[in-house]
Design a protein around this ligand. Structure first.
Ligand code: FES
Length: 109
């Protein structure tokens, strides 16, 4: 595995719209938020105080809510909807290929 490669994480059919799932890819915790618009992939930690995000139901089907201090993020792009977070979630490059969610691994040395 080299940095700059796409890695298959999960079958798209295993993701339910309205839910977020946790995964580990090449040693990194990530989350995939599934909405009607498809999967969005983020670093697995909240941008506010690095709380580790977990499997959960999306609020109203389209918002990620951090259980630690209640910050909310738009599931499709990670933008902040409600504080205390001020920075968006860290989005990871991804695409769907052959029915699988592929994530660009760019964090290996
Ligand atoms: S760590 Fe997520 S809202 Fe504070």
């Amino acid at each position: 595995m080299e940095t700059g490669e796409y890695v298959a994480v999960v079958s798209i059919g295993d993701l339910r719209p309205g839910f977020m799932t946790t995964h580990v890819v090449e040693g990194r915790d990530i989350v995939i938020a599934m909405t009607d618009e498809g999967p969005s992939v983020y670093d697995g930690y909240c941008s506010h105080a690095e709380f580790k995000l977990g499997d959960c139901r999306l609020r109203r089907g389209c918002e990620i809510e951090c259980p630690m201090h209640g910050a909310r993020f738009r599931a499709v792009d990670g933008e902040v909807l409600k504080g205390p977070a001020t920075e968006p979630l860290e989005r990871l490059e991804s695409r769907v290929e052959d029915g699988r969610v592929m994530v660009l691994v760019d964090w290996l040395l």
